[in-house]
Design a protein around this ligand. Sequence first.
Ligand SMILES: Nc1ncnc2c1ncn2[C@@H]1O[C@H](COP(=O)(O)OP(=O)(O)OP(=O)(O)O)[C@@H](O)[C@H]1O
Ligand SMILES: Nc1ncnc2c1ncn2[C@@H]1O[C@H](COP(=O)(O)OP(=O)(O)OP(=O)(O)O)[C@@H](O)[C@H]1O
Ligand SMILES: [Mg+2]
Ligand SMILES: [Mg+2]
Lengths: 467, 467
Amino acid sequence: DIKFEQISPSEFFYKNRDIAGFSSPSRSLYMSIRELVENALDAAEVGRILPEVYVQLTLEKDAGEESDVKIYKLRVEDDGIGVAGDYIPKAFATVLYGSKYGYRQSRGTFGLGGTMALLYGQITTNRPATVISSTGGKEIHKYQLMIDVIENKPRIISHEVLDNRNKWRGTIIEFYLEADYTGSRAKIIEYFRNTAIVNPHATITFEDSRGRLYHFPRVIEKVPEPPRESKPHPVGVDVETMSRLLAATKASNLIGFLTSAFQKVGEKTARDILELAKIPYDLNPRRLTHEQVTELVEAIKKYGKFRAPDPTPLSPIGEEFLESGIRQMLKPDFLYVVQRPPASYSGYPFVVEAAVAYGGDIPPSDSIHLFRFANKIPLLYDERADVVWKVVTERIDWTTYKVPKVAPLAVITSICSPKIPYKTVGKEAIADRPEIERELTTAIRECARHLKLYLSRIEKREAAAKR
Amino acid sequence: DIKFEQISPSEFFYKNRDIAGFSSPSRSLYMSIRELVENALDAAEVGRILPEVYVQLTLEKDAGEESDVKIYKLRVEDDGIGVAGDYIPKAFATVLYGSKYGYRQSRGTFGLGGTMALLYGQITTNRPATVISSTGGKEIHKYQLMIDVIENKPRIISHEVLDNRNKWRGTIIEFYLEADYTGSRAKIIEYFRNTAIVNPHATITFEDSRGRLYHFPRVIEKVPEPPRESKPHPVGVDVETMSRLLAATKASNLIGFLTSAFQKVGEKTARDILELAKIPYDLNPRRLTHEQVTELVEAIKKYGKFRAPDPTPLSPIGEEFLESGIRQMLKPDFLYVVQRPPASYSGYPFVVEAAVAYGGDIPPSDSIHLFRFANKIPLLYDERADVVWKVVTERIDWTTYKVPKVAPLAVITSICSPKIPYKTVGKEAIADRPEIERELTTAIRECARHLKLYLSRIEKREAAAKR
Ligand SMILES: Nc1ncnc2c1ncn2[C@@H]1O[C@H](COP(=O)(O)OP(=O)(O)OP(=O)(O)O)[C@@H](O)[C@H]1O
Ligand SMILES: Nc1ncnc2c1ncn2[C@@H]1O[C@H](COP(=O)(O)OP(=O)(O)OP(=O)(O)O)[C@@H](O)[C@H]1O
Ligand SMILES: [Mg+2]
Ligand SMILES: [Mg+2]
């Protein structure tokens, strides 16, 4: 007999937590740490604050010698902008709820990660999570929370409001989870190290359950220019988004609508589009018929003469910081870094930064050492599924740049965008959108050409030395 | 300024449709066809009906010679159990709504696929979808539907109730979408061909936009034993599921609860578990404390003496049909097929079927031709991310089975389970759960040993012929 059910999004991600990246006790510890660290860095970025992130992992209950799977307590503290009291329960105990749905670069994007970590902790230990936060005002809010998984809403176990005498601002998350630290330790340390490299203004500390302290102090005192919200670009807009923009506009005619709802659309462009769509200029935007909305979207697709999207929603690492970070990490004999100008895919601006490093501490190998970043997050899994892997193995022929079969070669890539086309909810690999693939290929080839010059000089020098 | 929003699951999958597999006009056509065909086969299976699936793709609007991206109409008709009138709008125009959330094998699992296809069609063409269905009763229901993406609910454009004079039973879906058939045609035909192979009782017809007819008539007239709902197995149950089972039980004490809520738990097992958890037998299940629920789950984890899960929720392809299907597809000189006994991971039963084929129509190659199936669905993408790829490249050393470096070798795998641990919403690769990896390795090694005998005989014969 057929029984229909509606399930909530928290129920969906609970039943299918492999899809969110929480597939094993070691991977789940990695995911929990990265989701909370990324939230902390986002919280500092929006407030133009120098980030201070402290992560502490303590052993809560040893299941016994034979198993690496134990109960841990994970605590993450930051000095970011904090969360206002009323919003804390939903922010941390509701899936698909967040503040990062706008048109601006941020590490978070789904409204899911922080809650997934707490959900994983809850279903493996049955204990509530503690969230303490203040936006720097008079109050500090302290909640004990659980998630009602069936209904996708918070269950507030306790709520205290404390006096914020010291004007503290920030967020502390503390929760328990079943985890395998032995199995994930190497990746976790690599995550911290690589995060510190591309966020040189952040101080990150990790105190692990073995009493080890990993401290990454900031190397610059200046906060990078934060990304700013901008309007959508017309390219890639579909009928659903167009219908919403039309319904929401205050403009009284279509010229006003097009120039105010989109970036890079001036009055002449608006007239050209409406002409192409055969729609009168003076129609009320809120009264367009279904067919007219479709015509408008089609005309925009045909128009093709739009200027590139506005780069203000972007905040790349920067050539200077990428270079100093790579030097510190790999101590290469050769290094070339490039930042491409902003490009766009489906109406989203993006910028590619790339570097090729050779020699120094890079171990010789017959496969390329790849370091991938997206919105200043290190991507450490699913390398073979990533568009960057496709580019460095299929689009670049390294032999033409004089690179031997076994070589101490490293490629570092960074992609920044208000919307990274991740292939999975776990944010580990990027889809091969043609525009992104093209930009990566151009950037890496430019670095490779400089590598070739370097290797030629080395070759000549060695030949001269032999004579 | 921080602005919090809650988004619906349809909004989430609209904004992130790469994650659902709808990443390009060619991939989206493939996904739309497969989601609807899998729904049709599920609908026949639950009704013990011989499936008749008719897929028709017609060109609606040519965007012009230079582009492969055009507007198509896709129509899928089946003779399955149909959908009752009241449920049609939500079944096809609401995300996370479906009838396949139980504990039984089916192709569908997320409550998302059919609606995603219609959503993709809607946002690329702005046209409603038509759904016509009858469960064989007096009425045929005909709806024109659109999806309210923000609210995740149906928008009924029209609804007619027609007289079902011919006692028709089945479902017809018709909708428009922007697609690239040229880019996806090969994969689509391969999907139909491989689906027909592992569903020999199904008649599948595909009429494409170029007027070509691909007809796969059924080769057996018997419907396979359908999978049946069973109770959850205790292994892998977490505190969330345990809490729900406790809240829902009608049992008056914990012995009654454990024996009635779970499969494979008899009275002795129940007593042993409760002893291990140090919980009295006669407690009211609905009155357990938080700590007691956790103790109960922990005790089950420690117990470890459970019998393997019940295989009634499973419906594998079967050695006989797998063999005849592979013979028809590859005409191999050598073929060995094996079906493993049921095993389990995280409390879910699963069965692995595998085959190794050699020679015949298989083209020699230095990489293995891999054919993967999950719940009788062919998986044609993301091969390198699949656990099967990991097994055939890392767990099996083919040289020890006398397979030369370049060889006409094919490996066919089928995994069936009430819950396939897919890595993505697009259902293309399976996660490397240790139990599944082990079963695949055992199955493929058994086939490989028989291949070795065959290749040794060939070797001897050739050596004898030379003398
Ligand atoms: N440390 C923090 N400081 C301030 N705000 C936070 C912090 N952590 C989470 N938040 C708020 O809670 C919201 C939800 O966080 P969550 O990680 O679940 O989703 P997200 O970061 O928006 O997206 P993603 O799923 O991609 O991580 C965030 O959007 C942010 O507004
Ligand atoms: N052709 C059909 N015949 C009968 N019922 C159908 C048909 N197609 C869809 N349904 C019903 O509509 C529901 C929703 O379908 P949908 O494809 O969105 O989700 P699903 O098949 O349950 O899961 P998945 O997202 O994994 O495909 C199904 O569970 C089924 O009950
Ligand atoms: Mg987040
Ligand atoms: Mg389906």
